[in-house]
Design a protein around this ligand. Structure first.
Ligand SMILES: C[S@@+](CC[C@H](N)C(=O)[O-])C[C@H]1O[C@@H](n2cnc3c(N)ncnc32)[C@H](O)[C@@H]1O
Length: 304
């Protein structure tokens, strides 16, 4: 349990060797249920969090599929001002909270929501950085999830995901536990190819780079085959929050809403106005649809 020795520094304040991060905070080795060999957890910590500490320091962080809170905790240890995690499994949410208590993290610095990323991302506070680790291959509706993320207007996102080895920009439908081709009638999840990730990220006007795992010096550890063979990738995405001011964005959205005649003409108008203001049609579409939803909501409230 937590170190309650009188006068002792909180466990989370003690010096830590980054290479052995999860050896220091070994509760997560016990509670994590996904590739939780400590060497793999440490390697992922180094590449996903520690290497991005300049990005994370001082930022609020949204951790999608936060599991037992391991990367939320790691973000806090790298200077995040606050983290919000969304995780579907109630037992893992309880473990996340217990892990934070175990390492003396002030409750005001974290919140773990038991829910579905699709349902709950709209309701949580907007955050600067989104962590999207180990979830993009468990969903089918990638563009919807990325749209929800774009609506929350983060500064940057870090994605760590298994990918399909098929060629071209496709999402390979598989059964969970890696079943491909999928058994008919079975449950489905979608593995994007790297080209599909490139297409989806850039459609929102985001720019991204991949972590070069081959140059990381981390691949000789156990359980790193997926990264070594290119079946799993990590992308650092700049969501270009600064590209369009809030005022320019509102004006562009208003122009689309005023000029579109119907849904069919919306894309033509969106493409023209997006080109005029220097953003991508998908990015503008995100803001138009969000504004339309708000207008519908307002009209509903007025009618009640
Ligand atoms: C492979 S684990 C990844 C955990 C952690 N982010 C990591 O990278 O190690 C996937 C996690 O996503 C959670 N999950 C799956 N679908 C979800 C959804 N729609 N909403 C919220 N959590 C979900 C699972 O319960 C599980 O904890």
């Amino acid at each position: 349990m937590a170190d309650r020795n009188k006068g002792a520094a909180p466990m989370s304040d003690r010096p830590v060797e980054p290479e052995r991060f999860f050896d220091h905070f070994d509760s997560f080795v016990e509670t994590s249920q996904t590739g939780s060999v400590v060497d793999r957890l440490n390697a992922r910590y180094l590449a996903l969090i520690h290497a991005n500490r300049a990005l994370i320091d001082g930022s609020s962080v949204l951790d999608l599929a936060s599991h037992d809170g391991l990367f939320s905790f790691a973000a806090l240890q790298n200077g995040a001002s606050r983290v919000v995690g969304i995780e579907a499994e109630p037992g893992l949410v309880a473990m996340s909270r217990a892990n934070m208590e175990r390492y003396d993290i002030a409750p005001s610095r974290y919140e773990f929501i038991c829910g579905d990323v699709f349902d709950d991302i709209e309701t949580v506070e907007p955050c600067d950085i989104v962590l999207c680790f180990g979830i993009l291959y468990h969903v089918n509706n990638h563009m919807l999830l990325l749209t929800r993320i774009a609506e929350s207007d983060p500064r940057a996102m870090i994605v760590d995901t298994n990918i399909s080895q098929l060629e071209s920009a496709v999402i390979e439908v598989r059964n969970p536990l890696g079943g491909s081709p999928p058994r008919l009638g079975g449950q489905l999840e979608g593995y994007p190819t790297k080209a599909a990730l490139d297409a989806m990220f850039s459609s929102f006007g985001w720019t991204h780079r991949y972590v070069d795992w081959t140059q990381s010096g981390l691949l000789d550890r156990p359980q790193m085959d997926d990264y070594r063979t290119g079946q799993r990738v990590t992308a650092i995405i700049d969501c270009n929050r600064q590209d369009l001011s809030a005022r320019q964005r509102d004006r562009a959205v208003r122009s689309v809403i005023e000029q579109q005649r119907d849904r069919r003409s919306q894309w033509v108008v969106i493409m023209r106005i997006a080109a005029e203001v220097g953003t991508t049609p998908q990015a503008l579409c995100v803001w138009v649809r969000k504004a339309e939803r708000a207008l519908r909501q307002k009209a509903k409230l007025t009618a009640e």
